[in-house]
Design a protein around this ligand. Structure first.
Ligand SMILES: [Mg+2]
Length: 99
C-alpha cells in the first residue's frame, strides 16, 4: 500500500465512522450518547465530520484530490434533497414539518 492508498483507506474509514455516528443518532436520538461517554451523538457526528475534513485536507495538501467547496454544486444538492423530501412526504415516508 502506498501513501495515496493509505490516505484513501483513512477517508473510507472516517466516512464509515460518520455513518456509524449517524446510525446511533437515528436509533437513539441526537442528544443521547454512549453510556458513560461525555459526548452526545450530535457531537460524535460533528467530530467524525471533522475527521473526514482532516483527511480530505491531507489528500488535497498532497495533490491527490482537488475538491474546493463548490457553492453551486452544494446548492444543487440541497435543492435535490428538498425535492425528494417532497416526494417522501407524498409517499407517506416522511412526516411534514416535524424535526
Ligand atoms: Mg474518526
Amino acid at each position: 500500500m502506498n501513501r495515496t492508498e493509505h490516505l484513501l483507506a483513512c477517508l473510507a474509514e472516517e466516512c464509515a465512522e460518520v455513518q456509524h455516528a449517524v446510525a446511533k443518532a437515528l436509533r437513539f436520538g441526537l442528544d443521547d450518547g454512549y453510556p458513560g461517554a461525555a459526548s452526545t451523538n450530535a457531537q460524535d457526528i460533528a467530530r467524525e465530520l471533522n475527521d473526514v475534513l482532516a483527511i480530505v485536507t491531507m489528500l488535497e495538501d498532497e495533490g491527490i484530490l482537488d475538491c474546493p467547496a463548490d457553492r453551486e454544486a452544494i446548492e444543487q444538492k440541497m435543492a435535490r434533497v428538498g425535492e425528494y423530501m417532497g416526494y417522501a412526504i407524498q409517499c407517506g415516508a416522511l412526516t411534514p414539518n416535524v424535526k
